[in-house]
Design a protein. Structure first.
Length: 220
């Protein structure tokens, strides 16, 4: 059985935001909504990866540290599509679902916008509650023809672009990455791109103590 996952090489990511822009366009996301973001980090190394949340700047790419030892790196953040998602059990309507291939998604026909999933999720900021009147940048829809509908009063998050996956493509965030920092595929297939990428590498995960087993691997 296929078990999808993604690896992100933090040594290759240089904060260009192409992944975030590609995601936003492909999914026709409303103003103020992001399925993934890239934080500018100015701490000394990757030690914050064990925390529950990703923090940092979304704007100026200014180094931290001292003049003789500046520090600057970038941290992409999105839904972690956990093996054991905390959001799944708390959803009162069954709107939050997990496919057989592991992708976690929200059925907007069942979602009532109660935000129970967001409160249960140990990774803050990966979900957005759509307001009563979502605003769009253009008067016409952009991106994929089967992009999410963005129904008012429902929760949304990264879907690993399952609409693209189902027709043999890869998530939008990977398609244009100039640093080739993202890898995708079946974690149970030792020959898949993602399995080969993580083999022998030092991998980090957000908040492993939560026990959700994220399927987004950060390569350090």
């Amino acid at each position: 059985m296929t078990r999808y996952g993604m690896a992100i090489d933090l040594n290759r990511c240089y904060g260009c935001q192409t992944c975030a822009a590609a995601c936003k366009i492909a999914n026709n996301l409303p103003v103020g909504m992001h399925f993934n973001v890239v934080y500018t980090k100015t701490d000394d190394d990757f030690t914050t990866m064990g925390q529950a949340t990703a923090t940092g700047s979304l704007a100026a790419d200014c180094a931290g540290g001292t003049y003789d030892k500046p520090t600057l790196w970038f941290l992409p953040m999105q839904c972690q599509h956990c093996e054991h998602p905390a959001c799944l059990a708390v959803c009162p309507t069954g709107a939050t679902q997990q496919r057989e291939d592991g992708i976690v998604w929200v059925d907007d026909e069942l979602c009532i916008g109660c935000e129970a999933c967001a409160k249960a999720c140990p990774y803050e900021g990966v979900r957005t509650l759509i307001g009563d009147s979502p605003e769009f940048y253009l008067d016409m829809a952009v991106g994929e023809a089967d992009a999410p509908a963005h129904k008012a009063g429902t929760m949304e998050k990264c879907t690993f672009c399952h609409n693209l996956i189902d027709r043999g493509e890869v998530p939008a965030c990977m398609q244009l990455c100039p640093g080739r920092a993202r890898y995708w595929g079946d974690l149970d297939d030792p020959e898949s791109e993602v399995s080969l990428a993580i083999e022998g590498r030092d991998c980090a995960f957000f908040n492993e103590a939560a026990g959700t087993e994220p399927r987004v691997y950060y390569l350090r």
